[in-house]
Ligand binder design. Structure first.
Ligand code: MSP
Length: 513
């Protein structure tokens, strides 16, 4: 196996327990990780928690607990959520770990040795909530409070000695990089925003703080701690054991294939991160993709707004796979999306229960009754069978391309259409009227079962548990799932047993039904 795929989620602030926005980033990353895995890649999938900085220090102080203990506790809830969401992450990094500190300090030294860091004084605005510096023209006053226009979070005035990274020096190389690597930033609209921001001029970036202590120390000046974003971004490298460039993880997986992030942190990933990497002479990741927000009542969820949606509550009520399916299907990927219970229930009833569940159930029940519970042995495809079967083969490379472009909506729409087509095929072919023509009946059943198999394979990255449940019909397990094999129209082992399966999705009774 030589194709490698390295995907990362943002590392989450353990300042409060996880919400739906965090779950969203992680579920989407898991979708890509699983897809690449069934498409023959060795996958490294990283998530974790971003534990330093004033935001975390203050959150711990508010509760009157030791900062590390505070982090331990909340970081664990993120780790637990990874399990609850059925993520296939291969690592979970915490920025308070030794392996991370080592990498950050090494990177700092590299930047300093290359004359990209100098000591001066920062005078300006800072948002603790965003852990970001803002220019005068990026803030406004509301009800006597200064806030950042983009995030609406409070800013405070800072005047302190600080190390600076020569970001201005990298303005031209960055613009050149964006131009020569048109796929570096996605989606396209966000890329344009980044480019115009960089074109408007980059100021050197303050990369150390002196007035608090919760962070990684600047190697040669213990009075300073390293800016939390320089610290946090480096997690993508420390998880691969950089600077040990001979380490298998680093050799195999750097540069990262995709850093999946929310749109609010694009500036850090698409400007600061590549600038740090260019300065340290490290290869840049292949792609940075900024997805939209999950809104709760038209607003981004946040603790301060009190409009947090708890993924665990939704999972307890509806189950994990319906939530995964819903978030992947109903949010137009790249844009913001509103979460609504009503739409989630519609998804369960129409797509999952009526469309997928029903297809599996009716084809299997018919096969069990009419084909002695076995995959038919003697078949002879006709034009109408091949027409529906070959579509998968003919779309294989197109689907791969769309995935590489993060076009998740294409993928799921493809599945939904295939389900409609498959149900229609079974209706139109009327196998129940072919009892006097066993060859035809068997061929229709075989075709139906093959489609169930192909679609279940394709659904695996979205609803892994339900896909595996459906594949029990054929005694297939996780290790059998292989995206390439959807081009094979005779994958199923002829004459082997077919199993009855439990109902895949229970329909939700809606009040106005
Ligand atoms: N710690 C930084 C990331 C450092 S990565 C080197 C951070 N953490 S966060 O916990 O505030 O947010 C993590 C991710 O969750 C971000 O990508 C953010 O966009 C995403 N979301 C937070 N709220 C969200 C929604 N309401 N909807 C979708 N995603 C949002 O930023």
């Amino acid at each position: 196996m030589n194709k490698k795929f390295y995907i990362t989620t943002p590392i989450y602030y353990p300042s409060a327990k996880p919400h739906m926005g965090h779950a969203y980033s992680s579920i989407i990353a898991d979708f890509f990780a699983r897809f690449k895995k069934i498409d023959g890649h060795e996958v490294h999938f990283l998530t974790g928690t971003d534990e330093h900085g004033l935001k975390i220090q203050r959150s711990a102080e508010k509760q009157g607990v030791d900062t590390l203990e505070f982090c331990n506790k909340i970081s664990q809830t993120f780790r637990d959520l990874s399990k609850t969401l059925n993520l296939t992450n291969t690592d979970f990094i915490r920025t308070t770990e030794k392996r991370h500190k080592k990498t950050v300090q090494h990177l700092w030294n590299e930047l300093e040795n290359n004359d990209d860091i100098y000591l001066s004084k920062y005078t300006g605005w800072y948002s603790v909530s965003d852990e970001a510096f803002y220019n005068e023209d990026e803030i406004e006053e509301v009800d006597g409070n200064k806030i950042a226009i983009s995030s609406k979070s409070n800013v405070e005035w800072i005047e302190e000695e600080s190390y600076f990274f020569r970001l201005s020096k990298w303005q031209k190389p960055l613009l050149n990089y964006y131009e020569t690597h048109p796929n570096f930033i996605g989606p396209e609209t966000r890329k344009n925003e980044v480019i115009s921001f960089v074109k408007s001029g980059l100021k050197d970036l303050s990369v150390s703080r002196k007035s608090f202590s919760w962070g990684i120390k600047v190697p040669n000046n213990k009075n300073h701690i390293i800016y939390v974003w320089l610290d946090a971004l480096t997690n993508y490298l420390s998880a691969l054991n950089y600077p040990d460039t001979n380490d298998e993880l680093f050799k195999n997986f750097w540069p990262a294939s995709v850093h999946l992030i929310g749109k609010d942190i694009l500036r850090f990933h698409a400007i600061y991160w590549p600038a740090f990497l260019l300065a340290a002479k490290i290869e840049l990741p292949s792609r940075i993709y900024g997805h939209g927000w999950i809104l709760s009542g038209e607003e981004k969820m946040s603790k301060s707004k009190g409009n947090i949606l708890d993924p665990i509550e939704i999972i307890n009520q509806y189950g994990l796979d319906p939530l995964r399916y819903y978030l992947i299907k109903e949010v137009s990927f790249g844009n913001d999306g509103n979460i609504s219970q009503e739409k989630l229930e519609d998804c369960i009833n129409s797509d999952l229960a009526n469309n997928f569940g029903n297809l599996c159930q009716r084809v299997t029940t018919f096969a069990i009754k009419n084909c002695e519970s076995k995959i038919p042995k003697r078949i002879e495809f006709q034009k109408e069978d091949l027409e529906i079967l070959d579509k998968y083969k003919n779309n294989l490379d197109n689907i791969r391309k769309k995935i590489d472009n993060q076009n998740i909506n294409f993928y799921i729409d493809y599945i939904v259409n295939s389900l409609f087509e498959a149900n229609k095929y079974f209706n139109d072919q009327e196998p129940w009227k072919k009892k006097d023509n066993p060859l035809r009946l068997n061929t229709i059943v075989f075709t139906g079962l093959e489609i169930v198999r192909k679609i279940s394979f394709m659904l695996y990255p979205i609803i892994p548990n339900s896909s595996l449940k459906a594949l029990k019909i054929f005694n297939l397990t996780e290790k059998d799932i292989n995206f390439s094999s959807i081009e094979n129209n005779e994958f199923l082992a002829k004459d082997s047993e077919i199993n009855e399966i439990d109902i895949l999705f229970k329909k939700i009774e809606k009040k106005n039904d």
